[in-house]
Design a protein around this ligand. Structure first.
Ligand code: PBG
Length: 324
């Protein structure tokens, strides 16, 4: 046959396939989210996220040490709080008694070379389970900013390297930037949850934190999954307000958004491979319907190929173990 162009020649051996590989993925690109809980000696598996746990502060130090030995250096801790610690204004989020803040300081004391990315949003501390203050069923924007500012400052004081507002209130990046700067934390970065969609994929995370909304949904602040151009508006605002990273969340159903932000902005792009995306692969693998390890690697590679510089993923440790 006369076939002058045979793309298969570039796939004929592993050496050549490796040589022409366009996308690379390494543990350097991964951020490992961690769930914390108060107390001692606790490591409680999340039933909808096999292999993922809520750790008490003593246990999380061991987990971080194990991850560091695998080359994972960036962590995004999220706090679980008992219902009786929550109130309408998330007061505990910036209180000196907050075990989450104390744990951040401990982690940075024992592992100063880590990058610790803290979560700024009211939901884990809110008796309403929303990311902002709820009044008559409405989520108040500007009143919420005050609380987010207090929270971000407390996290910076505790030693966070980056704060990551996941709340989707308008103006929060600029508001937090100003508060950090006014208090001397010009070096603390902001990883903005820029295009965060009102997604069904967050279910297992809400199980992990017991943080589901008590009433209503998050559609007045998180984005409509049908919308793409709106992500450009959010990204322009976050960039102008001083964000250091732009994040897209979830990742797999939003690869076009990752690519669009990558093409239009020069800031590093983060993608959050969320809890439901983890749970789906784990569930199918448990049933023997998919090869979990290979599917996971393919998904992470796809997120990178779409343009993510960094990926927050519950698979980080497993990936590191497989590729060490
Ligand atoms: C809330 C927050 C959520 C996640 C990260 N921060 C859930 C939500 O918005 O309800 C989800 C992460 C995941 O599903 O892995 N501020």
């Amino acid at each position: 046959m006369n076939i002058p162009h045979r793309p298969r020649r570039n796939r004929k051996s592993q050496v050549i396939r490796n040589m022409v590989e366009e996308t690379s993925l390494s543990v350097k690109n991964l951020i490992f989210p961690l769930f914390l809980t108060e107390g001692n000696n606790k490591k409680i598996e999340i039933s909808s996220m096999p292999g993922i746990y809520r750790f008490s502060p003593d246990e999380v130090l061991k987990e971080i040490e194990a991850c560091m030995n695998l080359g994972i250096k960036s962590f995004a801790p999220f706090p679980h709080f008992e219902e009786n610690k929550k109130d309408k204004f998330a007061t505990i989020s910036y209180s000196k008694e907050n075990y989450y803040l104390k744990t951040i300081s401990e982690i940075k004391k024992y592992f100063p070379e880590t990058c610790i990315i803290t979560d700024v949003a009211m939901d884990p501390y809110s008796s309403d389970g929303h990311d902002g203050i709820v009044e008559n069923g409405e989520i108040l924007n500007d009143e919420t900013l005050t609380i987010l500012g207090n929270m971000a400052l407390a996290q910076a004081q505790a030693g966070a390297d980056m704060v990551a507002p996941s709340d989707m209130m308008d103006g929060r990046v600029g508001y937090i930037r100003t508060i950090l700067d006014d208090n001397g934390f010009t070096n603390v970065s902001i990883m903005a949850y820029t295009a965060k969609y009102a997604s069904s994929f967050y279910g297992p995370f809400r199980d992990a934190l017991d943080s589901a909304p008590k009433a209503g949904d998050k559609k007045t602040y998180q984005m409509n999954p049908a919308n793409k151009r709106e992500a450009l508006i959010e990204a322009e605002l976050d960039e102008a307000e001083g964000a250091d990273f732009l994040m897209v969340k979830p990742a797999l159903a939003y690869l076009d958004i990752i690519k669009m932000l990558k093409d239009n902005f020069n800031l590093p792009i983060a993608a959050y491979n969320v809890s439901g995306e983890y749970a789906m692969i784990k569930a199918a693998a448990e049933k023997g319907w998919l090869n979990g390890e290979k599917t996971m690697q393919e998904c992470l590679l796809g997120i990178r190929r779409a343009g993510a510089d960094v990926i927050l993923t519950y698979f980080a440790k497993e990936y590191a173990e497989l590729n060490n």
